[in-house]
Write a protein that binds this ligand. Structure first.
Ligand SMILES: [Zn+2]
Length: 96
């Protein structure tokens, strides 16, 4: 996906279309939490799975998605207010 660096966009504060600077926002990855191995639900599930037979089956791990929602910050050149624009899922993003 290609995104321009400057464009005319509607500013809700100025209440009209003005020139905006568009910049991609860097999103910090979420901190990976420790697996709560001591919680009751986890212990309970392990107890059930440890028994004979194959029921209930162990929970399958969720796969990570390869694409992300690119987020852009549009800053108004008149009032310097900024708005956030989130696009659909894409793998590649380039600013022209
Ligand atoms: Zn404005």
């Amino acid at each position: 996906m290609k995104v321009v660096k400057q464009a005319k966009k509607y500013c809700p504060k100025c209440k009209k279309h003005t020139a905006h600077k568009i910049k991609q926002q860097k999103v910090k990855p979420r901190p990976k939490t420790k697996k709560h191995g001591l919680k009751w639900g986890v212990r309970h599930q392990a107890k059930i799975e440890a028994g004979y037979g194959s029921f209930p089956k162990p929970k399958a791990a969720k796969s990570e998605k390869t694409s992300k929602h690119p987020t852009f910050v549009c800053t108004c050149s008149v009032c310097n207010k900024s708005q956030i624009k989130v696009y659909r899922r894409t793998k590649k993003v380039s600013q022209v």
